[in-house]
Design a protein around this ligand. Sequence first.
Ligand code: SF4
Length: 626
Amino acid sequence: MKGVCNKVLKVDLSSGTCKPEKVPDKVYEYFLGGAGMAAYYMWKECPAGTTAFNPANRLTFASGPLNGAAQSGAGKWSAGAISPAFNLNSDSAATASFGIAMKQAGFDAVVCYGRADKPVYVVVDDGRAEIKDASEMWGTDAYQTEDAIHAAQGEDFEVVSIGQAGERLVRFANIQTRKKSFLGRCGLGAVMGSKNLKAVAVRGDNKFQVADPEGLKKLNKAINKRLLEMDNGKPEWLQIQKVGTAMATELFAPQGNLPIKNYSLAGWPEGVEAWHASNYYKKLKVTPWPCKHCVIQCHNKTHVKQGPYAYEGKGPEYESFAMMGFNTMCADVQAISYACELANLYSMDTISLGVIIAFAMEAYEKGLITKADTYGIDLTWGNNEGVVEFTKKIGLRADGIGYLLGEGTKLAAEALGRGATEFAVQMKGQEIAAHNWRAQYISALNYATGCAAGPNHERGNSQHIWVGHITLPEWGIDHVENDERWSWKNAGDRNAKFHDYCNVINSAGHCKFQEFRAYTLSDLTKTLNAIMGLDWTVQDLRECGERITTLQKMLNVRYGWQRGHDFQWPKRFFEPVSEGPAAGKIPIGLGDAIQEYYAVRGWDNDGVPTPELIKRLSMDEYAAGM
Ligand code: SF4
């Protein structure tokens, strides 16, 4: 198969051995790479009964066929494993250049399993792999770890690493790369920690061989030009290249899509002003910090030079400041950005962290916890310094409430009791992201049915139909009325298509943010054809998406998922707000919508793939391992 290395590296941390393994062409045709490849290795090697911290759990870092192409967004790659947050199959994606470098090192994926008997890191240098002692790095933060590896191995290595939260098994620990991009969701950093794996470093000179180099060059040029022109054509504070995803505040506030006060409020004008892109730009003085070849440039860099929150590093993404700022009602841009960067250092997902700090604030307000529990911190809404301090307590797993909150909102609420589960905004053990289901009911359906990564806004992003005005005309979603956001019309079909869409994007190795500037399914299909030598239509691409989603569902069945899990919704889903565009809107009918989604997918009433679907997708051998 062109465009890929046709082999992966298997790393057995228990025995301390590494070996290459050839991958059949059919695996790429069925699952592409990235998220699909990670799911494939789970299916192939990780038996029923495995939970997140079991050494049998497979942690797969996987590039995609697009990694290496000079196309905007072609740097996305994924990792997958059983999640510590919800003990089902999961994956998460990041950018920067780790996926590209992994292919240059000669491997499409690095599959890690077992558990080392002391802290280690893996070095993959141009086809050769070695497991090295990381004892001196243990206890350092994720960025210090990357610096130490660069000092020891060379600056040209791309590194993934964890900080203290990953080592100490915070269930929403993430994995960082290049101090700016993160495998954020699902707690994969804790899986690394459980394996005593501090980091992986990759580098090499392997060339990116594609089927149609001239065709690919032309495509890249045309696509990159179009994306850039579209972004330039936007008003100043909606240009991603200027302010990154901070442009979302202006877009989402009038829709009622923001998460405010642990998702209990409709509006917060002071917060909208503080977190508007113009103020974000002024307070953080951000400059673009793009991934290789990207013209959209959502990542940005800040340097706050003075004051208690001085730091140089990443400017927070929308999801980060929405959960850490809006959801806690904190309007000090520099303080919350600093807290987000601390979370990055310790390696924690800022979405889950923002939810759990807001949960703790509500528990404090309701008297379930007091200053005696919170290290003397007055954990009231809007306490910016409190958010900074709690980020430290959770990241370092301080004794007491800091440690408990590191278990995630579900387990923390159950441990606190006295009604705390009533305001725990989570499903299956993972916290809900920064898209408010009251603004578009399909978000509730998406959170309930995500089978790749629990409730997740980016493994099925059907909310983008309304929040970003994104459609998938080549797959039959073209015109959508605004007030359909509060109906279930075609919701099962739309949700299924967006799940499959996210799966092909995350498996091909492309960044979804390009879609905001009209990257199409045809663009992706043509690019895959030019790279891999395929002859796919957009409908073939859909079938590939269906296969990946179906494999993920089969894995979840293997690891204990049952229909009831999709029906355990946060109570807050059905608590209306009284003001704003989403006033009075709650997703009544969600249960029927889930059943419709199952039916549209070709799953039975219990949400399990039917024999007819398995036959249509030619997946009998995979179904045998369900
Ligand atoms: S849009 Fe952002 S995450 Fe995506 S490739 Fe560009 S800089 Fe990286």
